[in-house]
Design a protein around this ligand. Structure first.
Ligand SMILES: Nc1ncnc2c1ncn2[C@@H]1O[C@H](COP(=O)(O)OP(=O)(O)OP(=O)(O)O)[C@@H](O)[C@H]1O
Length: 281
């Protein structure tokens, strides 16, 4: 399978379109790139997690982040999402900052993410109030989302009346209702039952592909990382670098049946080989 080094490493800036940063500075990014990371450094105490790290993340694609335990997968997506400060470097979204970009984030721990005092439907609707939309547009967004997910669930229930998978469904829908330009998913399906995982993967893929949302997914499950990805970003041990960035072009929607195709098996074994090499290093 193709190794996509153009997306994996830094290099100089390539002239794309002018960015929209509010500080008036014109910034440039490579065509097809949504997120440009340059010279990123982050340390926790004595541990240098990132040191002058460069990465280009493609527009409208799903990038899975996979790597050794503790290499900094969550740290990376949290820095990109603007919820964790970094020591130095620059992260720009087509020339804009995270604050100027519409972002959705789904946490692993849905129990802490959903608001227990709100019904499911109100949880999902919650972020719309901050977008300055009129009532008609807010309702239209809710309708589009309901249609896309085709949820059979009673959304007038409170989170405590729902299963873990149903609560995670609510938190995924809440992240998507704002129609984000970029979606971050940190281990969104771990600890959910398999039937729910299949449902969520299916609906999520549908929405992401239809809307062309740039997505970053952290997963500890290599099957899942490959299954959902257009690009599998493989990280090294700390200080973390890009080990490789593999493209996976299998048609969508991808289902359990995709995992037995020769192209899936080939890409997964290539990713595993790189991962094992990095773990042994
Ligand atoms: N707030 C923090 N304070 C101190 N150290 C931290 C903090 N957050 C993360 N770290 C450390 O930084 C490193 C990277 O953490 P991170 O959670 O990003 O890794 P990860 O690849 O997502 O881990 P895992 O595979 O275990 O999910 C780890 O060694 C972790 O212990």
């Amino acid at each position: 399978m193709a190794s996509d080094s153009s997306q994996a490493s830094g290099g100089g800036r390539v002239a794309g379109k002018a960015g929209g940063a509010t500080d008036g500075v014109q910034r440039w990014f490579a065509p097809g790139t949504h997120i440009t990371i340059r010279g990123l450094s982050k340390r926790f105490g004595d541990a240098q997690v990132y040191d002058n790290f460069d990465l280009d993340i493609p527009h409208g694609k799903v990038t899975s982040v996979f790597g050794p335990n503790g290499c900094g997968k969550s740290t990376l997506i949290n820095m990109i999402a603007g919820i964790l400060p970094f020591d130095s470097g620059e992260i720009l979204f087509e020339g804009k900052t995270a604050r100027e970009t519409r972002i959705g984030y789904v946490f692993q721990n849905y129990r802490e993410a959903v608001f227990p005092w709100m019904k499911a439907i109100d949880n999902i609707r919650y972020p719309l109030q901050y977008l300055g939309l009129d009532k008609g547009e807010r309702e239209a967004r809710m309708d589009r989302l309901m249609e896309a997910f085709d949820v059979k669930l009673d959304l007038s229930r409170y989170p405590y009346q729902m299963s873990g998978g149903q609560q995670q469904l609510v938190s995924i829908m809440r992240a998507l209702v704002v129609e984000p330009e970029v979606l971050f998913l940190d281990e969104p399906f771990s600890a959910l039952d398999y039937e729910m995982v299949m449902f969520l993967r299916d609906r999520l893929q549908k929405v992401l592909v239809e809307r062309g949302v740039t997505t970053l997914l952290v997963s500890h499950d290599l099957d899942e990382a490959v299954l959902l990805a257009d690009h599998v970003l493989l990280l090294t041990k700390r200080p973390t670098r890009v080990a490789d960035n593999l493209r996976f072009d299998a048609p969508r929607p991808r289902t359990a049946a995709t995992t037995v195709t020769p192209e899936f098996i080939e890409l997964k074994s290539e990713a595993l080989e790189i991962f094992q090499r990095e773990v042994r290093r």
